[in-house]
Design a protein. Structure first.
Length: 366
């Protein structure tokens, strides 16, 4: 559909904002929602005061403590976050039924045709932000544009409590100035290689041929080619059900399994999967490792566990376990992929299991 009006709403430091709302003593303080800095827990989210120290989600709580020793650590209250998320979605549905939740704290809304009969998506975004502030007493950032990709970029542009509108006419100038790492699917390793090849921003990406992008990204080359031009035809899907969460990386140069760079790539993939898992408030019982070799032969190996996988350390641990059981690899590798499945909502899981329990149990099978 042409002339679509898409809004992306993203709550500002959702968990931390709820904790600061419910406990005024935490306001203005560097707050970390996650595990204990004395254990092996990871940061679920943190306040903007904590982010000034370089703290971010999926970072180990030990590292967060080192960066900010006087930060306040609190255990997450997922049942509260889920309850507040449901209230926020009720606000969304006042305006449109075309709501695609991405996680507890963000969603796409198609307001091209809306329940209020309001022609301006910007006015609707302002009204939604005001409703959330007045009724939930926390802030949200909104991005307004003509497709999902740019609306999501816009919501992140002026956080916290921002509202950014990017029209189709303005989009190319915005995208050209965007750092290449902001484009969907560009991780740390790929960013490094792109920068080494002179591709630093959207302008450089747009001026890179489709042929070259497909050599680097394979099937995703066309998607990035289109994103660099502001093209995204994905519709807002209100019935989307997530069955798995994964990430994969095509190596710019084939590598042997024991190459130092393959370790970094697996670290990045596991971190990305963990970030998505936490964002969507899921736990998993199955983890899968995918490897494509230089001759294009592909193998996958999976582990299913009795208890739920909940953090980066567990994802990384089981990835290493899968590597150990593949055996000797003489061929070079061209692609790695890590994914989790058999998902369950966090708030449905009562029993907490630590990484120590996993490492010392025999409950997993190859």
């Amino acid at each position: 559909m042409k002339n679509r009006k898409i809004i992306h709403i993203d709550m500002d430091a959702f968990y931390a904002s709820i904790e600061q709302r419910d406990n005024p003593k935490l306001k203005g303080k560097p707050l970390i929602v996650g595990g204990s800095p004395k254990g092996r827990g990871v940061v679920s989210t943190c306040s903007y005061e904590a982010r000034k120290y370089g703290i971010h989600s999926a970072m180990s709580c030990k590292e967060a403590y080192i960066r900010c020793p006087y930060a306040i650590f609190v255990q997450p209250r997922f049942y509260i976050y889920k309850k507040e998320s449901e209230k926020i979605r009720e606000i969304f549905y006042r305006y449109t039924d075309l709501v695609e939740p991405l996680s507890l704290d963000e969603a796409y809304l198609d307001v091209t045709i809306n329940k209020k009969g309001i022609k301006s998506a910007t006015i609707i975004a302002k009204m939604i932000k005001e409703d959330i502030k007045n009724e939930i007493n926390i802030t949200a950032s909104a991005g307004v544009s003509y497709n999902k990709f740019i609306a999501k970029l816009a919501s992140d542009y002026r956080k916290p409590n921002g509202l950014t509108v990017i029209t189709e006419k303005e989009s190319q100038k915005f995208l050209d100035a965007l750092p290449v790492k902001k484009f969907f699917g560009v991780g740390k390793v790929t960013e490094k290689h792109l920068i080494n090849n002179g591709i630093k921003n959207g302008y450089d990406l747009r001026n890179t041929s489709l042929d070259k992008l497909e050599k680097i990204f394979k099937n995703r080359g066309l998607e990035l080619y289109n994103f660099a031009r502001g093209i995204d035809n994905r519709e807002v899907n209100p019935s989307r059900i997530r069955k798995s969460i994964g990430a994969e990386m095509t190596l710019l140069e084939n590598k042997f399994i024991d190459d130092a760079e393959t370790v970094i790539i697996l670290d990045d993939l596991c971190e990305e999967v963990c970030n998505r898992m936490q964002k969507e408030e899921k736990y998993a019982k199955t983890i899968t490792l995918k490897i494509k070799f230089e001759d294009f032969k592909t193998i996958t190996r999976s582990i299913s566990v009795k208890e739920y996988i909940k953090n980066y350390e567990e994802i990384r641990f089981y990835t290493d376990e899968l590597l150990k059981h593949i055996g000797k690899i003489d061929k070079q590798i061209r692609l790695f992929g890590v994914s989790i499945s058999n998902l369950e909502n966090k708030d449905n899981i009562i029993k907490e299991i630590t990484l120590f329990d996993y490492v010392n149990s025999k409950d997993y099978v190859l």
